[in-house]
Write a protein of this length. Structure first.
Length: 406
């Protein structure tokens, strides 16, 4: 079961001895690693950088090598990117060393010790003295590691320590307006004052129509002979990344696992190569409410590689401890940009299960039709008031039309 961390964005400036910035980096990144387990199965772990990251080894470089951003975290994991330049461009080279001796991330890895992979980022060289920008997801693959980066703002080799006012935009952010398919091109440089490429936030993802509604499955976690977590739901993944995917979990082939605790409980649903981890957490030590706090999605595909996403700052399905949560209607949960979950016929209780049965259910607002009544009545009254005002204004105009000014 993957270890779940809270999400923290990379937002770093590397400065030289004179306090002049030589490297600016800001992005969100999800790391996914596929490893071989002791039972000759390939498993995946996906995570983002935790809060406690050490930047030892980060430097502005010298005449021999360029700026380096180095981040060390966990039990011997080191992620770094080193930049080189030509007369016209610059580019980074990622080096990621992960340690499979870390039993939290790799509890059953057959290969022990550090493993190093490398990849280029950005994929294409960036024009020198411009900021590289990429709002959309930019997957970078190296061996069995996938780096998913988005909301990227990056510049190395700054002039006089100041960020440029020109941008180099990744291909994923370029909006093609031609009717015929456009050829693949390298990133283009734009000036933000005259650019035709929008700088507005990422537009909503297109809605993909599912072939069918997933069947509802009943799942439970046991503590001895007693259930400690109960779940009833139909689960559908809606992924809009490399290739748009709609994946329905089949209850007949889905295996449930996880753990129960007094403040956190984890439910893992695995159907073939698709795995979803749900982490439920009590709000705080003095609170009597819990919610769905974290979700981790992993889809292993032979052709397209591993698709993964994680979010550790969610707040869905909030309910009072001792109760269950229920929602008969479809709910859409946004995990990250490009990864959504459609949940059907939900009923879940991750804490305080008694006698292997659900406690009193707190229903979602979508199920509570009584909430709609005052809304409908209020809308009707507002509409009636508008009609009366319009009729009054028209009547006044007609009455004025019957007089002439002397």
């Amino acid at each position: 079961m993957p270890v779940l961390f809270k999400v923290y964005a990379v937002d770093v400036e590397v400065k030289d001895d004179e306090n002049v910035t030589c490297l600016y980096a800001k992005w969100m990144m999800n790391l996914s690693i596929t490893y071989e387990s002791a039972i000759n199965e390939y498993k995946s772990v996906a995570f983002m950088f935790p809060e406690s990251v050490r930047y030892d080894g980060s430097t502005c470089g010298n005449e021999t090598y360029g700026p380096i951003l180095a981040m060390e975290f966990g039990n011997g994991h080191l992620w770094s990117i080193q930049f080189t330049k030509t007369e016209a461009t610059y580019q980074g080279s990622i080096s990621f060393t992960y340690n499979t001796n870390d039993t939290e991330l790799f509890p059953d890895a057959i290969r022990k010790g550090p493993v190093t992979t490398s990849a280029s980022f950005p994929e294409q060289p960036v024009q020198l003295y411009t900021i590289f920008r990429c709002h959309n997801m930019e997957p970078v693959e190296s061996d069995n590691v996938t780096h998913d980066l988005w909301n990227v703002t990056l510049q190395a080799f700054l002039e006089d320590g100041s960020l440029s006012n020109q941008w180099t935009v990744c291909e994923n952010d370029i909006v093609v307006t031609a009717v015929t398919p456009a050829p693949t091109t390298r990133p283009v440089t734009e000036n933000p004052t005259t650019s035709t490429v929008p700088t507005t936030p990422l537009p909503p993802l297109p809605t993909l129509l599912p072939v069918e509604v997933p069947a509802t499955g009943n799942y439970s976690l046991m503590n001895g002979s007693t259930a400690c977590l109960l779940a009833n739901l139909g689960l559908q993944l809606n992924i809009s990344q490399q290739v748009p995917l709609i994946i329905n979990f089949n209850p007949k082939t889905t295996v449930a696992s996880g753990s129960c605790g007094s403040t956190t409980s984890v439910l893992t649903l695995k159907d073939g190569s698709c795995t979803v981890d749900f982490l439920f957490a009590v709000k705080d030590t003095s609170s009597d409410r819990f919610s769905l706090k974290e979700v981790n999605i992993t889809v292993v595909q032979p052709k397209n590689g591993t698709l993964s996403a994680a979010n550790r700052s969610l707040d869905y399905w909030e309910t009072t401890l001792g109760n269950s949560y229920m929602c008969r209607k479809e709910e859409t949960l946004v995990v990250t940009s490009g990864y959504r979950m459609n949940v059907f016929d939900l009923k879940i209780q991750p804490f305080d299960v008694q006698d292997n049965e659900y406690a009193t259910a707190q229903e979602c607002l979508l199920d509570d039709d009584t909430v709609l009544i005052p809304i409908v009545v209020g809308a009707a009254l507002a509409g009636l008031i508008v009609i009366i005002v319009i009729a009054y204004v028209i009547g006044r105009r007609k009455s004025y039309a019957g007089y002439q000014t002397l």
